[in-house]
Design a protein around this ligand. Structure first.
Ligand code: COA
Length: 292
């Protein structure tokens, strides 16, 4: 218990309320985003890839239908050696009372219990200090960029991009090198949710999911640019760029950085635990489910 709140593994109805709380914490009120994110979270949980926790307070009536109210949520998404913390959010009027910290402590207990040596996350400015206080170290910024409308199929002379339903083995191997872990299960879940693969043969891949492109994993900036442009020509309008210090600026040259909403400055990638052996230079963009 934290004050009047307990941290619990939710049933389906409370989990869906948790998603609503998460979206409210980001001042996101769109019903279509809510529906999409609820479906996505349900799929991750059903596939055993995510474990969600909610903070529940007495009274209020809204939420679980059992006169108890969901006021915060967070989830642990497991890969093989590493885990991610995602979907952290607390009702706006109940923030800074220790609820988010209590959820985080419980998620970390879960991560340690499951043997994950490394836990990573993307923190907003509001969350950054909370994570730093629990031993997370900042790696680099990341930010959402707009892909301009009517993006063509690629610059003249750019490599051709093929659309595929599945990730070929060489792409999974490249992803393992980039991430330092095997992400085939969560990437497979994104494809099962309607994601499509954009491939530059032998050079790299991206995933088009909803109106976003990410991750983009590539050996060259030309391939990465071609993947994003092709995603744009197929209707994507956003890409979540990992702004490492050595990022080739040509990757973002045709994109427009999106201003953070409601002061929710986004984002700082942070890591806890054992440093990962990986090749970050291959990662141009990351996957982001946070706002649909
Ligand atoms: C980020 C977020 C999940 C944190 O949840 P929270 O319940 O506000 O977190 P806590 O109250 O446990 O801790 C937040 C801060 O309040 C402080 N705090 C905790 N209890 C407190 C109390 N009783 N009185 C005053 N301050 C308190 C904590 O020390 C912490 O300070 P710090 O950030 O300087 O370390 C929440 O602010 C939120 O939903 N933000 C909007 C969405 C978002 O940014 N999500 C995070 C994605 S990474």
């Amino acid at each position: 218990m934290t004050g009047d709140y307990s941290i619990e593994t939710p049933d389906e109805a409370m989990r869906m309320e948790g998603v609503r709380v998460f979206l409210r914490s980001f001042r996101e009120e769109s019903e279509s985003v809510e529906e999409w994110l609820q479906g996505f979270v349900r799929m991750l949980v059903d596939a055993g890839l995510a474990h969600m926790l909610v903070a529940v307070g007495a009274g209020g009536g809204a939420g679980s239908g059992r006169d108890r109210r969901v006021v915060g949520c967070g989830a642990l998404i497991g890969f093989v050696r590493t885990a991610w913390i995602a979907f952290m959010g607390v009702e706006p009027d109940l923030q800074r009372r220790g609820i988010g910290g209590a959820i985080l402590d419980e998620l970390m207990r879960l991560a340690r219990g499951r043997g994950y040596a490394t836990v990573r996350l993307d923190a907003t400015d509001l969350g950054k200090d909370l994570y730093a206080g629990r031993g997370f170290v900042a790696e680099h910024p990341a930010g959402m960029y707009e892909i301009p409308a009517h993006c063509g199929p690629g610059p003249e002379g750019g490599p051709p991009v093929r659309l595929d339903e599945e990730l070929p083995e060489w792409c999974l191997a490249l992803d393992r090198e980039a991430a330092g872990d095997d992400r085939s299960a969560p990437l497979g879940a994104v494809l099962a949710d309607g994601g499509k693969v954009l491939v530059v043969e032998g050079e790299g891949f991206g995933i088009l999911h909803g109106r976003k492109v990410g991750p983009v994993i590539a050996k060259s900036v030309d391939a990465a640019v071609a993947i994003v442009r092709r995603g744009g020509s197929l209707g994507a309008n956003r890409v979540y760029v990992t702004r490492r210090s050595d990022l080739d600026e040509r990757f973002v040259a045709g994109l427009k950085e999106m201003p953070p909403r409601s002061g929710l400055g986004c984002c700082t990638r942070m890591a806890w635990g054992k440093p990962l052996k990986r090749n970050p230079g291959l990662e141009f963009a990351a996957y982001s489910a946070a706002t649909g």
